[in-house]
Design a binder for this molecule. Sequence first.
Ligand code: SF4
Length: 447
Amino acid sequence: MALSGLDIYKHLPKENCKECGLATCLAFAMKVAGGQATLDACPRLDDGAKAALGEASAPPQQLVTIGSGDHAVKIGQETVLFRHDDKFYHPCAVAICVDDTLDGDAMGERCKAIGALSFDRMGTTSAVGLLALHNTSGDVQRFAQAAKAAAVASDKPLVLISPDADALRAAGEATADGRPLLWIKDAVENGDAAIAVAKDLSLPLCLEAPDFDSLAALAEKARDAGLKELVLSPGPVGAAEGLSFLSQSRRAAIEKKFRPMGFPVAMVAMGEDPVETTVDACWYTLKYAGIIVTNLSSPEQLLAVLTTRQDIYTNPQVPVQVEPGLHTIGDPGADAPVLVTTNFALSYYSVESEVESSRIPAYVLAVDTEGTSVLTAWAAEKLTAATITEALTQCGVGGKIDHKKLILPGLVAVLSGSVADESGWEILVGPREASGIVSYLKNQWKP
Ligand code: SF4
């Protein structure tokens, strides 16, 4: 039975030393109870307490770390089925598949192209996280050499995929410093040998088998052998089957606390039709995948997957916000326009990108509305004449320009009179939607 925060707290040292990264032992206990921290994080816990708390305090899904240093990727340790119940913690990692048949130069070029797949959106950079090397050659030494070449050419952690435990051992030994994930295909046949390799090399292991029961049995065997960091995969299955597996395994882990399924799941999206493959990868992202191995490689396809990931892994209880205050776009002079918006990230970045498109340098004043959009903030009385005037005064834009004209969003044109009265500025009513900003600045704005 799951332990409550107070049950766990009773066994903690109660020293509030902060070495676990939290301010108090009670805060740590609540995190452990919620499955967002593990007892290992408290270095002062004695063996008696560890034994008393045991597995009951372990998170329902294991955290798995692939890679080392700054580029390490963490997956798993999710605690809910639906993000509105809390949030999803560790974004699924996208792994681009590369064959070990590529020669040295081609491998270098491929790794370079994968490294360039990075996108800025809403103030956050999203990138491909892993490089999945497939033992297409079937040759042990070739696989090991290709793994070494990929580790040199790329800073992405590796996923080493083979049905041959000897090949995994050779490639794993060649790249052990980078802490790759070993992925054994046909694990029903080859799992025992791969479990021994992962144990010898102290590396995380992905077990691939076609059905739930086989995977549960394999995971149990690996746990008995002492492996903690496991990933489970049904392998290359159709989207319907894949989604069914993802839902079934997440439910088993979270709702039933079924330990053999308490690991992140890796999916394969490797179709011939890139549109269909992109859609499959997006579905897997939405429904619980910890890793997606894919042959997608064009920026527009991966942008769709990474955008889906970015959206689903935001905290639904905390609006995505930008820093309130004055933002500068381009190199605005004394005659630059000043546009008002809110600090809701989607509103702000919509305005910012349209101003950039207009190529007219400007100031954008993001009023602190606790991350709510223009109309919501107005309805909640967070975007008012008083809050706009206060933001205007505090940001000091008046000292940077030689006019006193402020462009309000058209959606809150109703505020123009009161803002003019309160601030003493001339109020111009801008477009209702950000999409009208380019035309407005080019055709209507005059300092
Ligand atoms: S490291 Fe242990 S003793 Fe220190 S604050 Fe965290 S839980 Fe308490």
